[in-house]
Design a binder for this molecule. Structure first.
Ligand code: AMP
Ligand code: FES
Ligand code: ZN
Length: 312
């Protein structure tokens, strides 16, 4: 197998692009896909300050690495969820990366610890609420990401969601016809009201396997295990189904998700009218001040319920 660009020996084949690349040309391909995502979705400019949410996994560490190498001003946020045996390890990976690559680019790392802020880790909070850990976790992460970006004055908040994540989420939303979630499945969501950070997913053009290859080839030390709470989740099932389809017909995932984005761009109301709709329905949470459609936001409601059911 030879590199499509320089004809040296290839290290990875990309059936969906009908191509193979050597290491330098593959790195160039990956950087180029991210640069295209940033430009075509108007995610941010070189002057913007970016906060990357890093979990210690391959996607988010690769994203931080790529943004720094492309010359962007990108700091990182790690949310310590307090999952015994998992959070310690993932935090270690993030800190090591911050101390090496981050430091070399003058980038800093913020750490938010749920246990310190709320008096309990995510597992205990979910138990108190009788909610599946992953769903409580989703609410906490979204809240923490937004709050950190707004409080520290970042222009944009970036996550490491990749093509596989977005295609799997789209499949789930379509299977259940969750229209309101479909509207929010864009890789770039504007800061429509005060208190909401702009949110972007610069890896949406890259498949999980391509990012894993990038991380390995560039010696990014990441946590390989999935979160223990994710076992048996619907998302993993959707990813498996899409991987079967991808093996049979390379390009299925990108045709599905990118095709959706193209259709959405033609039919969705202009960003200005979406912002108007948000401005009409969102107002500050009575407890924490973050924008919400209810009187109290879902994070504050969740924490109040958890506190009320804490044994005295
Ligand atoms: P997940 O929801 O676990 O698939 O993660 C999606 C993205 O959310 C990752 O690529 C990260 O950007 C971010 N993320 C997940 N967990 C954390 C965490 N504990 N701290 C900071 N960012 C996270
Ligand atoms: Fe949230 Fe696993 S990362 S429950
Ligand atoms: Zn609130």
């Amino acid at each position: 197998m030879r590199c499509k660009k320089c004809h040296e020996k290839a290290v990875i084949g990309l059936p969906r692009h009908n191509a193979a690349f050597c290491k330098p040309c593959f790195n160039e391909f990956v950087h180029d896909q991210v640069a295209r995502a940033i430009k075509s979705e108007r995610m941010f400019d070189p002057k913007d300050r970016i906060l990357v949410a890093v979990s210690g996994g391959k996607d988010s560490l690769a994203l931080w690495d790529i943004l720094l190498k492309l010359g962007y001003r990108a700091d990182a946020l790690y949310v310590d969820l307090g999952i015994a045996g998992y959070s310690e390890k993932s935090c270690e990976k993030v800190e090591r990366f911050a101390d090496t690559v981050g430091k070399a680019h003058n980038a800093s790392l913020l750490i938010h610890t749920v246990q310190e802020e709320e008096g309990a880790g995510i597992r205990e909070l979910a138990d108190l609420l009788h909610r599946p850990t992953c769903s409580a976790c989703g609410t906490i992460k979204r809240y923490q990401f937004n709050r950190a970006a707004v409080e520290h004055d970042y222009d944009v908040m970036a996550t490491g969601h990749n093509l596989d994540d977005e295609a799997a989420r789209l499949l789930g939303n379509v299977l259940h016809w969750q229209d309101e979630y479909l509207d929010k499945q864009s890789p770039s969501l504007p800061a429509s009201v005060e208190g909401f950070a702009k949110k972007v997913k610069p890896l949406y053009r890259l498949a999980e396997r391509e990012i894993a290859a990038y991380a390995v080839l560039n010696r990014i030390d990441y946590i390989v295990e999935e979160c223990p709470m994710a076992k048996g989740s619907k998302m993993l099932l959707y990813k498996e189904v899409l991987n079967r389809l991808e093996t049979e017909s390379p390009g299925t995932k990108q045709a599905f998700y990118w095709g959706f984005l193209e259709k959405q761009a033609k039919t969705q109301p202009a960003p200005a009218s979406m912002a108007e709709k948000d401005q009409a329905t969102l107002h500050p949470c009575a407890t924490c001040g973050q924008p919400t459609t209810a009187e109290i936001c879902s994070y504050c409601k969740m924490m109040a319920r958890a506190k009320a059911s804490t044994p005295h």
